[in-house]
Every structure is written in structure tokens, then in C-alpha cells.
Design a protein around this ligand. Structure first.
Ligand code: CU
Length: 158
């Protein structure tokens, strides 16, 4: 009797370990980067989901195709101009997410060391306060194809 109970208990523990609803990681999906020219800028967009039990923060990013990479927030200033404000960190609550998209948060890729053409892919590493770095291979796309904010069609303003 006691033996059976122990067996059932062990089985339940196994189940709960395997059936955990959370991934235990921060995951990125739907990532893409804007096309751009050497010495120009680009930007990367994605959705991040925090499947860990800990609140976290995106604190930066790096890439070998640019001289600098920053986290920016685009927003409308009081005089109606779109401006980009560098962010030291952006919170991603446990169980929550963060959307990086045109006209909002984005990974600003500054000073491209090569052309980024549609169909290329770049390596981008995300840095978090708590979670380990995440390195993504990000496809380059035409911003106009993605329903971006480009009202002027110049694609210069992430
Ligand atoms: Cu920017």
C-alpha cells in the first residue's frame, strides 16, 4: 500500500515538472529587421514573451553588422514630430511580453557595416537584466511590406 502511494506521488511530481505551463525562458517571435545601406541605420522588431517566474528587463542588444545597437522608443513630441528616445531598459513582466514595432519600441541598429538587403539575415544578440543573452538570426525585410509607419515612404524613421 505504501509502495503504491509512493509510486503515484512520484508520477505526479514528474507530471507537474513536465507539464509546467511556462517555458522557463524569454522567447522572441516574429522578428525582422529593416533593409538599409552601409553606413546608414536599420531597426529590428519582434515580440518578446517572458515565460520565466521572474520580472525582467531588456537592457541592450548587440550585432556585428553595426557600430552600435540601442533600444529606442519612438513617440510623438508635443510639436508633432516623431522622435526616438534611447531606453536604458524596458521592463518585461513575468508572464508578460514586450512588442517592438514601428512607431514604438525598437532595436536601433546604428552605422551599418554592410548593406542589408531583403532576403539577408543578421545576427542580433539581446541582453537582459536576469535572463541569459538570446542570439537571433533575423531576416531582413522591406519595411513597406510590413505595414510600417512609413507615411513618407522613405523608411528612415523606425
Ligand atoms: Cu531608433
Amino acid at each position: 500500500m505504501k509502495k503504491t502511494f509512493m509510486f503515484v506521488l512520484a508520477g505526479m511530481l514528474l507530471l507537474s515538472a513536465c507539464g509546467a505551463p511556462k517555458s522557463g525562458a524569454i522567447e522572441a517571435v516574429d522578428y525582422w529587421a529593416r533593409s538599409g545601406l552601409k553606413d546608414g541605420n536599420s531597426a529590428a522588431y519582434m515580440r518578446l514573451a517572458n515565460g520565466t517566474v521572474q520580472d525582467d528587463e531588456l537592457i541592450g542588444a548587440s550585432s556585428d553588422v553595426a557600430r552600435a545597437v540601442e533600444i529606442h522608443l519612438s513617440q510623438m513630441s508635443a510639436d508633432g514630430m516623431m522622435q526616438m528616445i534611447p531606453q536604458e531598459s524596458v521592463a518585461i513582466a513575468s508572464g508578460g511580453g514586450l512588442e517592438l514595432k514601428p512607431g514604438s519600441y525598437h532595436v536601433m541598429i546604428i552605422g551599418l557595416t554592410q548593406d542589408l538587403n531583403v532576403g539577408d539575415s543578421i545576427s542580433l544578440t539581446l541582453h537582459f537584466k536576469n535572463h541569459a543573452d538570446i542570439t537571433l538570426t533575423i531576416p531582413v525585410k522591406e519595411a513597406a511590406d510590413m505595414g510600417g509607419s512609413g507615411m513618407d515612404g522613405q523608411n528612415t524613421m523606425p
